[in-house]
Design a protein around this ligand. Structure first.
Ligand code: GTP
Ligand code: MG
Length: 250
């Protein structure tokens, strides 16, 4: 097992320094994907690269969206020989102290996709909590299972071989819809899902790139497409069950 840390960033210049400081103690390589941020964030990232030899920044010249940045990150991490990426956000919402929990989870099941399950406090906006419940229900229906406790949390342990194989085979979204889309596809491909509870904090001055209209439309598109595939999935499940039963009665 050879894990790295992976952080997609777009204009979170005020928070990324604190996140990097928190991560230093783990002595892991950290790949930061700068998704076309402006000069101020770029300068902060350059200073971090100088301060922390274990942190390297890969820059995408134009902003392509969180999904696009994550996909760049998975491919790059795999090319650099890492087996897993522990992915977390640049805005300090994720509790870096939980990195060892993700490391433990991937060590105990290296093939699994490890998903953070957010423990919110009173800072979490209500709209996000409601949206989350809807997303959970959609993913349960789309996967015909309760394997996925939270399909949206950006704190994750990614098995890179499975993720890159998926990216080579399937076209996926470039924005916030990528996170649940990845989960649905990997679960359907038989990748085991593990959950790690983790604290998520919303700071009042925090900058959010979640576009309530556009990102919700994109998310709905992912769920609609996944649900269209659900009857085929159900038929395959039933065929396997019936086939299995016939085998046992022989
Ligand atoms: N690379 C890249 N990263 C992005 C983009 N949008 C967001 N991010 C990063 O993805 C992470 C999450 O972005 P946020 O804007 O906080 O979105 P969110 O956490 O889903 O939304 P909130 O719950 O409102 O915070 C942060 O690390 C961002 O810097 C983007 O267009 N490109
Ligand atoms: Mg955020």
């Amino acid at each position: 097992m050879n894990p790295c840390l992976l952080i997609p960033i777009f204009e979170h210049k005020d928070e990324i320094g604190g996140v990097a400081r928190e991560l230093e103690r783990f002595e892991l390589a950290c790949l930061v994907i700068d998704d076309g941020s402006g000069p101020e964030t770029r300068a902060v990232l350059r200073a971090l690269e100088r301060a922390y030899p274990w942190l390297s920044v890969h820059r995408r010249e134009r902003n392509g969206g969180r999904g696009a940045a994550l996909k760049t990150g998975y491919r790059l991490a795999a090319q650099r020989g890492f087996s897993h990426a522990i992915q977390l956000d640049a805005d300090g919402q994720h509790d870096a102290a939980d990195v060892p929990r993700f490391l433990d989870a991937i060590a105990s099941d290296p093939d699994a996709l490890v998903l953070g399950v957010p423990r919110f406090d009173a800072t979490a906006p209500r709209s996000r909590l409601v949206g989350r419940q809807l997303s959970r229900a959609m993913v349960w229906l789309a996967t015909l299972s309760f394997d996925v406790v939270d399909p949206l949390c950006g704190f994750r342990g990614i098995p890179l071989a499975s993720a890159v194989a998926l990216l080579d085979a399937v076209r996926t979204g470039d924005h916030m819809e990528f996170d649940p889309e990845l989960v649905i596809h990997l679960q359907r491909r038989g990748v085991a899902i593990r959950s790690v509870p983790t604290r998520v904090i919303y700071r009042s001055e925090g900058l959010s790139h979640f576009d309530m209209l556009r990102d919700n439309v994109r998310l709905s598109g992912v769920y609609a497409r996944a649900l269209l595939g659900a009857p085929g999935l159900l038929a395959a499940h039933l065929t396997r069950r019936i086939g299995g039963a016939a085998w046992h009665t022989r």
